[in-house]
Design a protein around this ligand. Structure first.
Ligand SMILES: Cc1cc2nc3c(=O)[nH]c(=O)nc-3n(C[C@H](O)[C@H](O)[C@H](O)COP(=O)(O)OP(=O)(O)OC[C@H]3O[C@@H](n4cnc5c(N)ncnc54)[C@H](O)[C@@H]3O)c2cc1C
Length: 440
């Protein structure tokens, strides 16, 4: 296939270098666009249809939450875990067969959020990735011809009481120190803004700076299409490894043969661990499995995309209907979906909006399972591989990969192009776990 040159602007010291972007989810598609902008020649390797149901970027909650800087495990979480696991409606589940493999990751996960200072460090780093996520995505969406998919109208957290809000006080304190601002809505104000919301919610925290995406699948598909229109070559294949000689990348191996190239970015989301290992950087990547339910046109729901603190789910309008997304299930990449987790989401959603149909099946509720690519310290891996700086790792964004993809794409492209990254990358260093400890 003929490869068109991208316009001259932002050309870099490595302009013309041929880079392979592995994976066309939100992160890979943004990376491909930014690499083209830097004057690189780009081949995107992706076995599926970009933005389709197999990708985590398809079914997420669509939050472009510049304030989502607090990792899920906070001090004292280990005390709550048994209760969550015992609660059939709880937000966390572990597939016991997977536990021996996941135990080291889970321990690190709890440890990384074990003190406020650690949480603050994570938050400060994540903020650098997310701070202008809505604006960056608006820009990308405009370029890709889908400006209507990104909205910048704020996001809402709802609580049942002041006491429940105080239970999240640490998180809000940490967010405030990173520069996040919000307004508090008392019961009457919340009611006025959210007339369909159950009256047990009496407090709202409205974060005006955040945004959301009306259809993440369609958005990622549009970004991937835009990359091709800008000159990227698309190869339908699965990357399996690398040919590295004398510390330089010579090619990416795929199930359809080798693709000769000078550099590569691993953007395969939750499926990145094997490729990272092949590039000399074993990393403790785990899937935090999550679910969504979609209700066609229920006629009731939130006016602002919202997260309920009690059910830990996000309810949000998409172009295809009302979506509730959430749940964390530690069960690996291969176990079959447990649709009871999705049913729990619908029960929570209905308890937030009691006018929704009681019978999910009759209401035509659709289910989806996805794999959050999660590192135990809540920070993605963005940086060169140990075996060669020609391979860049760009994955592991856990709960914030849609929001964080725009900045990550820029950073990965800057590395591939031999430019100085615009944001310090030390917190995201793929080698931060140490080779041996990561492999364990
Ligand atoms: C229920 C749920 C709700 C969420 N809500 C939000 C939210 O509101 N906001 C937010 O920011 N994030 C959210 N997330 C997280 C977000 O969806 C992910 O972090 C993000 O989609 C990860 O993007 P990605 O491009 O890294 O991975 P993916 O979207 O999974 O893309 C990876 C791509 O790589 C391809 N691939 C895999 N292996 C190979 C290979 N060997 N060779 C070539 N290609 C390969 C795959 O086919 C896929 O297309 C949520 C996740 C879940 C599950």
């Amino acid at each position: 296939m003929k490869v068109r040159e991208h316009p001259e602007r932002h050309r870099s010291p490595e302009a013309g270098r041929h880079v392979a972007v592995i994976g066309a989810g939100a992160v890979g598609s943004a990376t491909a666009i930014e690499a083209l902008r830097a004057g690189l020649r780009v081949t995107v390797i992706e076995p599926g249809e970009p933005g389709a149901e197999h990708a985590t970027s398809y079914g997420n909650a669509g939050w472009l939450s510049s304030h989502s800087v607090v990792p899920p495990a906070l001090p004292g979480a280990w005390r709550k875990v048994p209760g969550w696991l015992a609660d059939p409606l709880g937000p966390l589940a572990v597939r016991w067969r997977h536990l021996p493999r996941a135990a080291p990751w889970l321990l690190r996960y709890l440890l990384s959020g074990s003190t406020e200072a650690r949480v603050q460090r994570t938050a400060d780093a994540l903020r650098t990735l997310l701070v202008d996520a809505p604006q960056l995505h608006q820009h990308l969406a405009r370029e890709a011809g889908v400006p209507q998919l990104i909205e910048h109208r704020g996001l809402l957290h709802v609580y049942r009481s002041q006491a429940e809000f105080m239970g999240d006080a640490l998180g809000w304190r940490v967010r405030e120190r990173t520069g996040v601002r919000w307004v508090q809505w008392e019961a009457a104000q919340l009611r006025a803004h959210e007339p369909d919301l159950d009256e047990r919610y009496t407090l709202g925290i409205f974060v005006a700076e955040a945004g959301h995406c009306r259809d993440p699948g369609a958005y990622v598909a549009a970004l991937a299409r835009h990359a091709v229109q800008q000159g990227a070559q698309r190869v339908v294949a699965r990357a399996t490894g690398f040919r590295i000689e004398g510390g330089r990348l010579r090619g990416v191996r795929t199930d359809h043969g080798e693709i000769a190239c000078d550099a590569a970015a691993i953007c395969a989301g939750a499926h990145s661990a094997g490729l990272a290992r092949a590039a000399g950087s074993p990393v403790p990547l785990e899937s935090e499995r999550g679910y969504h339910v979609m209700v066609g046109a229920p006629g009731v729901g939130p006016r602002t995309p919202m997260m309920a603190a009690d059910g830990k789910l996000i309810a949000h309008w998409m172009d295809g209907g009302l979506r509730a997304a959430g749940q964390v299930e530690i069960g690996g990449l291969d176990a079959a979906p447990d649709w009871r987790r999705a049913d729990i989401l619908y029960r929570h959603l209905r308890s937030m909006f009691p006018a929704l149909p009681r019978d999910a099946q009759a209401a035509g509720v659709r289910h989806w399972l996805g794999h959050r690519p999660s590192m135990p310290d809540g920070l993605p891996c963005i940086g060169p591989a140990a075996a060669t700086p020609d391979v860049v790792l760009a994955f592991g964004h856990g709960h914030v990969g849609l929001g964080g993809s725009a900045r990550t794409g820029r950073l990965a492209a800057q590395l591939l192009a031999g430019q100085t990254p615009e944001t310090p990358l030390a917190p995201f260093d793929p080698q931060r776990f140490g080779r041996r400890r990561a492999a364990a």
